[in-house]
Design a protein around this ligand. Sequence first.
Ligand code: GLU
Ligand code: ZN
Length: 492
Amino acid sequence: MKLENIRTRFAPSPTGLLHFGNANTALFNWLVARAHGGAVTLRIEDTDTERSTRDFERKIMDDLAWLGIDWDEGPDKGGAFGPYRQSERTHIYREQIDKLLTSGAAYRCYCSREQLEQDRARQQENKESFQYVGRCRDLTPDDWARLDAEGKPFVVRLRKPAGNAVTVHDMIRGDIVFEADAIDDFIFVRSNGEPTFLLTNAVDDSLMQITHVVRGEDHISNTPKQILILNALGLPVPQYMHTAIILGKDKTKLSKRHGAVNVSQFREQGFVAPAMVNYLAFLGWNPKDEREFFSLEELKNNYSIEAMSKNPSIFDYDRLRYLNQHWIAHTDPERILDLVIDFLIKAELVTPQSAQDNRAWIRDIVAIMGDRLKTINDIEELGDYFFKDFDDYHPKGVKKYFKESTPEHLELIERTLSELDPFTQEGVDAALHRIMEEHELPPAKVIHPLRLALTGKIFGPGLFELAALLGKEKAVERIRKAAQWISDNNPS
Ligand code: GLU
Ligand code: ZN
């Protein structure tokens, strides 16, 4: 395997947001190149003019940049092999199509839909495979002129070389042989004159001097056809790597039914880029040892094509959360704080102004969450009580901890805490222990009801720390309110 001067490319169609599976192949293109000092090209495959938009193009680029996947050549960067948008390369395709028609490697097919349907029906009856019957194979340019004059539309088909099987040398799967009769004279220019993906994608890979095409295994059946096109044009054929398909836990192809599928959705759900990259890499690759945490840089330094797997990967949301938890804890805290604040603003738990004024306080809140944050957005579930009052107490907690005697204990705590000055974690700790000792109360009768009173929840960060961060005024107010609530609601 030649691993010098590697050129890979990522070739998204800007007809939607960056899909998780596409991000997976983008990452492997990046890794194959970067692990060997090679170059990455971004090519925008916007031939579907109806569905492609510049907005999607920009969003795909943003998502790639967010992941840390960069490129050397592309529509935004230029490069020696541009233009990098297929919509700007139609003259190039025209030229290659003409070459194929002139050499006889391709021919025009004027068959009507009815004719093709009849062919198909007959093939079905005879239990034959559905293949083009070759009716237009031997039409001459004179015939074309006559049919053109009649106003008949045509498509362009590749004249498949007789008898040859096509072998795809896949870098993960080894040789995949497509028998001669598995491929027919396929269409690569539609009746509206537009070339299909088979041509544009193959021609661009070759003309852009891409050495390694890394893409999903759903493209395997396209590859022999693209090799035939490049052979017919006398253009170099790149190496191919078809990465493993990603399945949901139910073993069906990953789709919207399984939850988030676009990179931006994960981002909105509070996943951080290093976790995404770490997770994406393990869908198709692994280091063959116990290590599980890899930054993009570490992936680059540890990546090897030999360690790629062809077995389907199963998308495991819990695993992603686990990695996210690790990466949140191992990312620069100021960066995490920024993300938390962005989220709090979006969730309307703070305003931009209050976030700015209370940045140090929010930093402390994030700090006491420790490694409890599995996503940035968990701050809401774990700490919303810092930012807003609440009326509900966790029902299980109410049942377990709000007893008939609890208001009395809470009033005791309230009295002590309202006199505490300064209102620090250590102070709260000492004060509560004093109460427990003096009144011979077991910790469970103090700690649990107090947590429920202050937060409405039964789990969370250390009680003394959170009480101190909540502040004396809020803490006292909530204790009073809980005591009242218990009396009003007659708990058992
Ligand atoms: N535009 C194609 C896609 O998004 C590119 C496939 C390829 O990488 O060859 O599926
Ligand atoms: Zn025909």
